[in-house]
Design a protein around this ligand. Structure first.
Ligand SMILES: *[C@@H]1O[C@H](CO)[C@@H](O)[C@H](O)[C@H]1NC(C)=O
Ligand SMILES: *[C@@H]1O[C@H](CO)[C@@H](O)[C@H](O)[C@H]1NC(C)=O
Ligand SMILES: *[C@@H]1O[C@H](CO)[C@@H](O)[C@H](O)[C@H]1NC(C)=O
Ligand SMILES: *[C@@H]1O[C@H](CO)[C@@H](O)[C@H](O)[C@H]1NC(C)=O
Ligand SMILES: *[C@@H]1O[C@H](CO)[C@@H](O)[C@H](O)[C@H]1NC(C)=O
Ligand SMILES: *[C@@H]1O[C@H](CO)[C@@H](O)[C@H](O)[C@H]1NC(C)=O
Ligand SMILES: *[C@@H]1O[C@H](CO)[C@@H](O)[C@H](O)[C@H]1NC(C)=O
Ligand SMILES: *[C@@H]1O[C@H](CO)[C@@H](O)[C@H](O)[C@H]1NC(C)=O
Ligand SMILES: *[C@@H]1O[C@H](CO)[C@@H](O)[C@H](O)[C@H]1NC(C)=O
Ligand SMILES: *[C@@H]1O[C@H](CO)[C@@H](O)[C@H](O)[C@H]1NC(C)=O
Ligand SMILES: *[C@@H]1O[C@H](CO)[C@@H](O)[C@H](O)[C@H]1NC(C)=O
Ligand SMILES: CC(=O)N[C@H]1CO[C@H](CO)[C@@H](O)[C@@H]1O
Length: 539
């Protein structure tokens, strides 16, 4: 009996070992794990560990693997800027969607600078060219994020893709965040190490191009998919090297993120100087080298002192992509208007109330004067009064004009809350998305959407990230990956966004399938004023 039992166990473990899936990377074999009808290859390094002298440097691609290895666990999380949301509302929103805001129940891996790994989740029966790779870029305000948070998403999406007979391979990569990925200043520009995190993403794309065939993926049809900072990233990949995609990707699906109104690297100078000071590097001839040789603990606590996503200034981020002269040759919005954009099919859209989450940290702004000071000091310090006054009129303090939009006087927790929420959501998300699409309409196939799901949530409405809820987009992404068109062949037709029809596929706050086609003309005049100002005065 005992013998039987142990040989049974032995048998089972042999079966398990035999089932371990392998893929060939040059001379090396990578061994993943099988889970049901899926194979997962986790924690594959795609660049040399950016530690030691490689800190604050562009990623060094792994040119070849000379040793076989196991890929059965997610890799380390890139060192993040911890800025805990003090607002319980923000925490609750994070729990609702299960991502983004550091839900305590979320699986985590330890943080490390040695974090440049990616993950491949595929149908077990994927054969050469049978599946279309989708590269997921997580959000997190360029200050954090981790692929392990999207493990469930990877399973759901790949399983669903098999169910509908349109198999995709889900690839997710870590990229450096906060100052590690987006340090910016004159010194940084001169040293050619701006936008490190975007280069990390590019290195992962190069890896997918080179190796996805070994996993049964088609390297001629790679889709970028991102949300929030991930969608902004995808859009900036489209602008990189003056819009030269280098055959690395062939479509982009962007949820709440478009080319942001940022300017030159030098606009990061105040945060750089503060970092140098807090890391005791002031007075050094070469401050960048000093930061490079500073201990991780010292550097991390110095970074913690820069304002984060949940601070008073919120979306005016200290560390984010900026024009570096090489990867982004100019301000992103100028690249858009100069036609320096990869001509690939794209989907781009917003949640209706993008700004509400980010306005929880400025609820002490309660009257018109304080609102004006907020905008003038943090957002548009160089704009003239003559320019600001129409902006203030366009975003009035009347709560029925504010966000959550179309909720009358509800959710007006302060006299200015809904006003700030409307302004912030438009400034960083809605206006850049509209500008991008209107400039590009007619030049490449595109589809727009707006999600009004969860509108009933008090104070937050259809908050940023709420479209990740209910696996809302998975089918559209799967069909887009397969057909370069998000239409699923059933339900309401999703028309293209063109110069003649600014069609927005609108997810209504009712039954899960309730869709309406609206036009991208809401808040026409306020958004136009905001766009004009941000073109002149990038952040
Ligand atoms: C994959 O490689 C592992 C380790 O070399 C091996 O044990 C396993 O049998 C291989 N799996 C398959 C399906 O060949
Ligand atoms: C495989 O190993 C051989 C011998 O060491 C080497 O010549 C070749 O370049 C390697 N191939 C790859 C793809 O790394
Ligand atoms: C395998 O799948 C099951 C069910 O989907 C899940 O609970 C489990 O965590 C998965 N295991 C791994 C290692 O992914
Ligand atoms: C494998 O390559 C790394 C660099 O990528 C190198 O440091 C190491 O010595 C190589 N190992 C072998 C066994 O060739
Ligand atoms: C940031 O958060 C992570 C995970 O919660 C934790 O391990 C780390 O110690 C924190 N770092 C700082 C500097 O607070
Ligand atoms: C892969 O398996 C799924 C079911 O798990 C099946 O529907 C599909 O036809 C298979 N694909 C191939 C290429 O065998
Ligand atoms: C995969 O498909 C592409 C075109 O879609 C083709 O160029 C390539 O040769 C195919 N690869 C294999 C291994 O069949
Ligand atoms: C690393 O790979 C990326 C993506 O393929 C490529 O753009 C870049 O030029 C490579 N870097 C080097 C130094 O070759
Ligand atoms: C920075 O320098 C000050 C004054 O010399 C010292 O007290 C402090 O401990 C130093 N901080 C770090 C992080 O080294
Ligand atoms: C609100 O509080 C922040 C600190 O969190 C402070 O910097 C800011 O000046 C305050 N604003 C107003 C209008 O009181
Ligand atoms: C405001 O203008 C000055 C002078 O042109 C410039 O140095 C500064 O960077 C600008 N500030 C911002 C936030 O754009
Ligand atoms: C970054 C920087 O300023 N480097 C300077 C440090 O000092 C040497 C020699 O004194 C200069 O050549 C570098 O340009």
């Amino acid at each position: 009996m005992r013998f039987l039992q142990s040989s049974l166990l032995l048998c089972l473990s042999v079966v398990t070992v035999l089932a371990a899936p392998n893929a060939t990377l040059g001379n090396a074999t990578v061994t993943g794990l099988q889970n049901g009808t899926l194979d997962k290859f986790l924690g594959i390094p795609f660049a040399n560990p950016p530690v030691g002298d490689l800190r604050f440097r562009l990623p060094v691609n792994i040119s070849s693997y000379n040793q076989s290895f196991d890929a059965t666990q997610y890799g380390f999380t890139c060192v993040a800027q911890n800025s805990t949301a003090s607002s319980n509302l923000v925490k609750t929103a994070g729990k609702i969607i299960g991502y983004l805001f550091g839900d305590d129940d979320e699986p985590k891996t330890p943080q490390s600078e040695d974090c440049l790994t990616l993950n491949v989740v595929r149908p077990s029966n994927a054969t050469s060219n049978s599946s279309l790779p989708v590269l997921w870029i997580y959000g997190g305000g360029f200050q954090g994020g981790s692929t392990i948070s999207y493990d469930n998403m990877s399973t759901t999406v790949v399983q669903r893709s098999m169910e509908v007979g349109k198999p995709v391979i889900f690839v997710s990569m870590n990229y450096r965040a906060t100052a590690f990925g987006f340090i910016a200043s004159q010194e940084v520009k001169q040293a050619g190490v701006g936008n490190i995190g975007l280069y990390d993403q590019r290195a992962a794309l190069g890896w997918v191009k080179k190796y996805i065939g070994s996993f049964g993926g088609n390297s001629s049809r790679i889709i970028l998919w991102g949300e929030s900072a991930g969608a902004i990233s995808a859009s900036l990949q489209m602008l990189a090297y003056d819009g030269n995609a280098g055959d690395l990707f062939h479509g982009a699906f962007m949820q709440s993120g478009a080319p942001i109104p940022v300017g030159d690297m030098s606009l990061g100078q105040p945060w750089y100087d503060q970092l140098v000071q807090n890391a005791n590097c002031t007075g050094q001839n070469d401050t960048l080298s000093c930061l490079r040789s500073t201990s991780l603990d010292t550097l991390t606590s110095a970074i913690q002192q820069s304002p984060g996503l949940w601070s008073y200034q919120s979306l005016v981020l200290a560390w984010m992509p900026r024009a570096d002269g090489v990867f982004l040759t100019d301000h992103p919005q100028k690249l858009v208007s100069a036609d320096k954009v990869a001509r690939i099919p794209m989907v781009s859209g917003n949640c209706d109330d993008e700004g509400t989450l980010f306005s929880q940290s400025s609820t002490n702004v309660t009257n018109d004067g304080e609102f004006h000071t907020y905008i003038q000091t943090l957002w548009l310090p160089n704009a003239t009064d003559a320019q600001l006054s129409p902006l203030y009129d366009a975003y009035p303090s009347d709560p029925s004009d504010g966000s959550p939009f179309n909720t009358s006087i509800a959710s007006a927790i302060t006299g200015q809350y809904k006003r700030i929420a409307a302004f912030q959501g438009d400034a960083v998300f809605q206006a850049p998305r509209r500008y991008f699409m209107r400039q590009r309409a007619g030049k490449q196939p595109m589809w727009g959407f707006v999600s009004k799901r969860l509108k009933f949530v008090p104070i937050l409405g259809s908050f940023h990230g709420s479209d990740l809820y209910l696996d809302l987009m998975n089918d559209y992404v799967i069909y887009f990956a397969n057909n370069l068109d998000p239409n699923t062949g059933s339900g309401v037709n999703w028309p293209q966004y063109t110069n003649d029809s600014l069609a927005m596929y609108t997810f209504l706050d009712r039954e899960s399938q309730d869709i309406e086609i609206t036009q991208d003309t809401y808040r026409q005049q306020p958004i136009q004023i905001l766009t004009n100002l941000s073109l002149q005065y990038p952040i």
